[in-house]
Design a protein around this ligand. Sequence first.
Ligand code: MSP
Length: 677
Amino acid sequence: MPVSSQKTYYITTPIYYVNGLPHVGSALSTLSCDVLARYHRLKGEQTYFLTGTDENATKVTQAAEKAGVPAMDFVDGLANAFKECWADLHIANNDFIRTTEPRHAHAVQEFFTRLLNKGYVYLDTYEGWYSVSDETFFRDSEVKDGIAIESGKPVTLVKEENYFFKLSAFTEPLLAHIEANPDWLLPEFRKNEVVAFLKDGLRDMCITRVNKGWGITVPGDDSKVIYVWFDAVINYLAATGWPQDPNWENLWPADVHLVGKEIFVRFHATLWPAMLMALDLPLPKQVYAHGWWTVGGQKGGKSGASLPHPTRLAQFIAERSGAEPDLAVDALRYLLCREMNFGPDTEFSVENCLRRFNNDLANDLGNLLNRTINMMNKYYDGTVPEVDEPDAEIVALAESVCADYEKALSVFRLNDVLEVTWRLVGRMNKYIDEKAPWGLAKAANNGDAESAKALARTLTACLEVTRIVALLVSPFMPSASTAIYQQIGIAEPIEAATWSDTAWGGLKAGGKVTAPKPLFPRIAELTVEDSILYALGSANPPKSETEETSKPVSETNTPPATEAEAAVPNYISIDDFLKVELKVGEILAAEPVPNTTKLLRLTVQSDEDETRTILSGIAEYYTPEELVGRQIVLIANLQPRKMRGIESQGMLLAADINGRAVLLQPDNLVPVGSKVR
Ligand code: MSP
């Protein structure tokens, strides 16, 4: 936690259940917060961005049991998977809290004790419905035929002596707070759902469960653990160092909790603020709820409505477009924020993302950057010219775009923030067509002084806008904005810039642009086959299980990353295994496949008198020279498949070390064609 006398801008994501791998749904909450945090840093505000994992839930232990792994090992593994995924997505969080950490347990127990001492927690018998999947208690009226109406999940009847929180005491205070603070809960239409829920009247909430060996115990009563939601929301306060760290108020209250809509009404707009009110602690300044990525109308991320794993999707974008890996990650960040309708739900589609990649990044932004730099090089030898006065229309447009950008951002509509920014990008591409600098250059060459001035004014306007756009997109695409800065010849690192640099006039005459290099090369093939969606974690297995041959097994045949299934062992019989023909082969030749960054074309001797061509996605990890002469293990009876016009006749086996392929080979040299079993 930062130590300073100044209140820090403090932003939080929900903490993620560690019963499955991250997907683009979980990435949405994290990415939105990252963008907001980066924007506030750009504004020069001290900013603290917290994310983390929710590890004390019953469903987590159930998933660990199914996987046959001790619960702590299980949660360690998945918490690391989240950390790695966020790092891969360039998420710059300041802290990552795990609810199995002592700092969290300590804050939760202290919170509980203080509520008990103030009379807001009491012991009683709970008899009613509980859904393990939702980790929520439901009223009779909220259950039909053993199913929670809201979530469609099964409930069981439980009867236990438990502690209760006097939530009912806070109906009126919460309604009054909403009334007095119209921007506290956003968006407006979701606030109305909260008001309706409150007007129905709050009931006291059962906040403990029988201790089955997992969770935070009730202080002084080891037979019970604290209800996971009651425990989870306290993470936001625990991370500030409350109660023992004297600086906790540097962070608290949080400026915004950003959450998904399903955890807004009951938990973030009702339970958590009521808990804080009970201890006379300040409430978070704002709570914002985004909608879901849906697949076929259902919430994505669940079995049957799978969403891609973010890192795999970014790798796929890099492969399809040929963009540098860091820029492909930035592209994904842009696409997720631009495609999501920050209001209602949005249907997720990989193909829509690719289409938008081409339109917005390869075309609009790419064209502006490339055309501007090319013309600077052509007409001014790359040196930024002096201008008499800037083009007033463009200056005014840039100013209004910056203002609208901030307005949209203040209500968390990140899609609108980008839409507004692209108004400027789009205008400049048209502006170039209208001004026709090539004509001005010709006239200037023929001695027309006005044309010479107009040429300088036009091209510096384009370059200045490109500079401003680099700053505006920097919260969304940090690597791309750095690359743009470099290409337009700004020596200072973009991290040193602040929001005030979005004002017109930052460009200095005499600066030198570099050679243009496309950041987001156009994607030629927009169709995404089912087998690829499956490999991304975004679909159910395709009909033909043997289709994918382009990459090592470890990269392509990973099942979709859906919630609990990710951890469940999936046994096959020995007969199934024997259907796979594994052999030792030897690589006779290796060469890169043109226009791809990952694929190598290998000529493999797979039997005494048999050679075959295999395309393998290992170009990032092995040079062709390293491979020639090496023995490998291959799947020999995989259905051949054409990629990039080349038929691949098999697949190599490789270990997956955090996404890096490490080829398997026999311990000693063995005859080529030897069977592997
Ligand atoms: N552990 C609780 C949150 C406790 S916060 C004190 C939880 N975890 S979760 O892993 O199920 O969800 C975390 C976040 O991911 C939520 O904001 C949720 O809305 C978001 N998403 C999960 N799937 C999503 C989509 N398909 N689309 C968009 N966001 C979704 O709830």
